[in-house]
Write a protein that binds this ligand. Structure first.
Ligand SMILES: [Zn+2]
Ligand SMILES: [Zn+2]
Length: 244
């Protein structure tokens, strides 16, 4: 299984020399044989993934905040097989956002499918599962497994680890158990979190804690704050290597 990040920034895009680090959240997951593609969220990073996207890809949405949706209109000509979300009102939310006078045309004609947390959805060679996490207006972590290879990935963006009870954290750890790759919200520094309680985000320290609890093999940061400089991102990567 392959993961190609298209955007790793949170909240809004920022100009950077590296287009992936400046664009908002979108990751493309491909099965090992290349037959199946799943796009995770449709932030502005979607643009960086367009050359690789093929008809039949599935879009799975963690939630409906705009930084995860701004690239959706770019997908109109891509022949998505569907849009998978854990909200039964996904279609009406998207048509509310993408309608005049906010946007002149519907953003998508792809069919919607409802994900039920606890029941994996099969898409070609991959399975997709959802798990609710603490975030304003609600959000779901998404797990993708490739049964043929045993490989797995968990995307936990827009999650406030500090607001999750021990039982919530244990449930998340069960969901993410043994993931080969855990992509985790690192929007804030630990020192910034107390002033941003309830904002729905975490820090690199939370990411390491969640990875340990889940026994994830590798952890990757994402949803960098717009204020995050390349130096700060590099220092987070260093902490992930040393585990503190
Ligand atoms: Zn976000
Ligand atoms: Zn959000």
């Amino acid at each position: 299984m392959k993961t190609i990040p298209g955007g790793l920034r949170g909240s809004y895009p920022v100009p950077t020399t590296d287009p992936v680090s400046g664009a908002t959240i979108s990751l493309l997951v491909e099965s090992s044989d290349g037959s199946t593609q799943i796009l995770l969220d449709a932030g502005t990073g979607t643009k960086n993934l367009l050359p690789r996207l093929r008809p039949g890809a599935l879009l799975a949405l963690t939630h409906f905040h705009l930084d995860h949706l701004l690239g959706l209109p770019l997908l109109a000509p891509c022949g998505l097989s569907g849009i998978l979300s854990a909200r039964p009102d996904a279609a009406s939310i998207l048509s509310r956002v993408y309608s005049p006078p906010v946007w002149p045309v519907p953003a998508t004609t792809a069919p919607f499918a409802l994900a039920t947390p606890g029941t994996p959805h099969v898409h070609g060679a991959l399975t997709v599962a959802f798990h609710p996490v603490a975030h304003p207006d609600g959000c779901h972590a998404i797990r993708i497994d490739e049964p043929a290879t045993g490989e797995s990935l968990v995307l936990a963006t827009d999650i406030e680890w500090a607001l999750m009870s021990p039982a919530d954290r244990a449930a998340f750890a069960d969901f993410a158990r043994g993931a080969c790759d855990l992509w985790f919200d690192c929007h804030f520094l630990p020192s910034e979190l107390p002033a941003h309680r309830g904002w729905g985000h975490s820090s690199w320290r939370d990411a390491i804690d969640a990875a340990r609890l889940s026994r994830a093999r590798r952890v990757h940061p994402l949803h960098f704050s717009p204020a995050c400089t390349p130096a700060r991102a590099a220092s987070i990567a260093r902490r992930f290597r040393t585990g503190r």
